[in-house]
Ligand binder design. Structure first.
Ligand SMILES: C[S@@+](CC[C@H](N)C(=O)[O-])C[C@H]1O[C@@H](n2cnc3c(N)ncnc32)[C@H](O)[C@@H]1O
Length: 219
């Protein structure tokens, strides 16, 4: 049975610069989907971003945190192309990109207790009720994400859809491996996408969770 995916691959327009980046820069900064586990070549804290879009946030955070290594996962080709161009332009040595379904990347390429943080910024809201099953945040994915975090590792999610924020709070709150955290791994910069949302009056909510240091007592 085909799994329910959190995205629909739109054809969309790929600009010549994005296409060039996919051809020429992917071999430099990209990682192929495989069964091989992700590691930081220099043993730095490893942060996985789910659905990096055009990569604006990825770049800002990676620039501000040269002490950490970032892996951005995105399925949309033009977004991957833009991010690759930005990595090259900024001369960043701490960002790699995977063009694949992030759920499968978590399952196949991320070892348990290996991540310092997971970033999930403005995942597709799937606003229609009959599409809610496509939302990325579900009890199973919350457990999957929590398992991949090292103890004390941060799960930072953001959304401008109030009912999705409530769903996230409920789902993450019910995950025994997670507990609320005061702050994220990194400050999230305000993006163009977000300022548009703010102009339209969409309240933005950030959720910070932390993997518990010790296993919760059995209930
Ligand atoms: C609404 S956009 C937000 C992009 C970016 N995080 C931002 O804040 O601007 C959501 C992105 O998640 C990507 N996406 C959705 N499901 C995904 C999945 N399972 N794996 C990888 N990317 C996914 C979509 O292609 C889209 O680019």
């Amino acid at each position: 049975m085909r799994p329910i995916r959190s995205y629909v691959l739109r054809q969309g327009r790929t600009t010549p610069a994005q296409k060039r980046a996919l051809d020429e820069l992917f071999p430099k900064y990209g990682l192929q989907f495989s069964g091989e586990k992700l590691t930081s070549p220099r043993h730095a804290p490893l942060v996985l971003e789910i659905g990096s879009g055009m990569g604006e946030t990825t770049i800002a955070i990676a620039r501000a945190h040269s002490e950490a290594d970032f892996v951005a996962v995105e399925v949309h080709g033009p977004g991957v192309g833009s991010l690759l161009n930005a990595i090259e332009r900024e001369g960043l040595a701490n960002v790699r990109v995977i063009r694949h379904d992030a759920v499968e990347v978590l399952e196949q390429m991320v070892g348990d207790v290996s991540l310092a943080a997971i970033h999930l910024f403005f995942p597709d809201p799937w606003p229609k009720k009959r599409h809610h099953k496509r939302r990325l945040v579900q009890p199973e994915t919350a457990t999957l994400m929590a398992r991949k975090l090292a103890p004390g590792g941060i799960l930072h999610a953001a959304t401008d859809w109030p009912d999705y924020a409530e769903q996230m709070a409920a789902v993450f709150g019910a995950e025994p491996l997670l507990e609320p955290s005061e702050r994220g791994f990194a400050a999230r910069p305000v993006t163009k996408f977000e300022s548009r949302g703010q102009r339209l009056g969409h309240p933005i909510r950030d959720l910070h969770l932390r993997r518990r240091q010790t296993a919760p007592a059995a209930r």
